[in-house]
Write a protein that binds this ligand. Structure first.
Ligand SMILES: [Zn+2]
Length: 56
């Protein structure tokens, strides 16, 4: 673990959902969804849901 920010990407077009870090988010914003190729908006990214495994 290198402490990268984890976000959840959810493609509004094809429904693909995956965990991404900041560089991956930038790549998706620049190149579009890796699955369907559709340009993705900033709103396609959100913080991951709490999963009962919180580190303090
Ligand atoms: Zn997609």
């Amino acid at each position: 673990m290198t402490g990268g920010t984890q976000l959840t990407f959810h493609c509004p077009t094809c429904g693909e959902s995956m965990a991404v870090n900041a560089p991956m988010r930038e790549a998706l914003l620049n190149h579009g969804c890796v699955v369907c190729g559709t340009p993705v908006p900033q709103s396609a990214f959100s913080a991951p849901e709490p999963n009962g495994d919180t580190e303090c």
